[in-house]
Write a protein that binds this ligand. Structure first.
Ligand SMILES: [Zn+2]
Length: 296
């Protein structure tokens, strides 16, 4: 083999190896969370204003009596059942004396709401964003969980001064570490499409003692502000739990050929109307053999 031919082969091998390692690095970039503190000028200004605030925040968390644990692994604090709650708990969402306010986590439009989604329950509000867009903490608090979850992707859970916890999922980057104190409006991560997600968006949850609250019950996302600075927490905020109970009792029927809504309704001692309601069927909708229909 002539020297020049050998040289060409070696060059080709080397360049394909560098393409290969470049591809490896790209994959690595995609799956590895980067715990770096990228701060914009705004957040530097903001952070310098709040150094003293961080001190009072840490005092608060030392004295926290609402939650018994501060776990860095469990995503959801064990859920308390509030569906039969008879009293009212007053929660001050903001506290001017502590310079503690609300900042919208991301200003994108809502693409999916809290509530029933097919046969599963969606415990958050989905906000449209581009991968790499800023996601900020909604309230002052302390980072409880930062991890990669199969369903949530890269996620952050923050426990707040006001007793709530917020969750930010499908991120492309996490910019905070566990136990870090954060100010409302502080950059905590970048939006993305990780985990079980179709298209870049932020899945945002609010929980109180582990129990989900519809974020739209307390935040007006269009106006980017709280509906009220005070939250009078009653069973009303957990009314969705009845819907979930009903869902557990749901029964489905596989339609056989020759069956009509009338024959199915008779079989399950229900009415054509309630079958239509349960299955979101219009009067003009046709049913076909082999499909499943909810009967209860
Ligand atoms: Zn979601």
């Amino acid at each position: 083999m002539r020297y020049s031919t050998l040289k060409i082969i070696v060059t080709l091998l080397l360049s394909s190896y560098s393409i290969y390692t470049q591809a490896q690095e790209d994959i690595y970039k995609k799956i590895d969370p980067v715990y770096v503190f990228e701060t914009t000028n705004d957040s530097i200004d903001m952070a310098s204003n709040f150094y003293s605030f961080y001190d009072s925040l840490s005092v608060y968390f030392e004295e926290d009596t609402l939650y018994s644990t501060f776990d860095n692994e469990i995503i959801h604090y064990p859920k308390v059942d509030f569906s039969k709650k008879t009293d009212t708990t007053l929660i001050f969402l903001t506290d001017a004396s502590k310079n503690s306010f609300f900042v919208n986590p991301n200003n994108g439009e809502i693409t999916s709401r809290f509530g029933l989604r097919h046969r599963r329950y969606h415990y958050g509000t989905d906000i449209n964003l581009e991968t790499g867009d800023s996601v900020v903490s909604a309230f002052d608090g302390r980072v409880r969980v930062t991890k990669l979850s199969r369903s949530y992707g890269y996620l952050i859970v923050i426990r707040h001064l006001n007793g709530l916890e917020s969750l930010y999922a499908h991120l492309s980057q996490i910019n905070v570490v566990n136990d870090q104190l954060v100010k409302a409006g502080e950059l905590i991560g970048l939006g993305g499409n990780t985990g079980r997600s179709r298209g870049s968006h932020l899945h945002f949850e609010i929980r109180y003692l582990g129990a989900p609250i519809n974020p739209e019950d307390i935040i007006n996302f269009e106006k980017r502000e709280l509906i009220s600075d005070k939250l009078y927490l009653t069973a009303y905020y957990f009314r969705y739990q009845k819907e979930i109970e009903k869902l557990k009792e749901a029964r489905f029927h596989k339609i056989k050929s020759g069956e009509s809504l009338g024959t199915i309704a008779r079989k399950y001692h229900t009415s054509i109307n309630s079958l239509r309601k349960l299955n979101h069927l219009k009067k003009s909708s046709l049913i076909r053999a082999g499909a499943k229909i909810r009967v209860r």
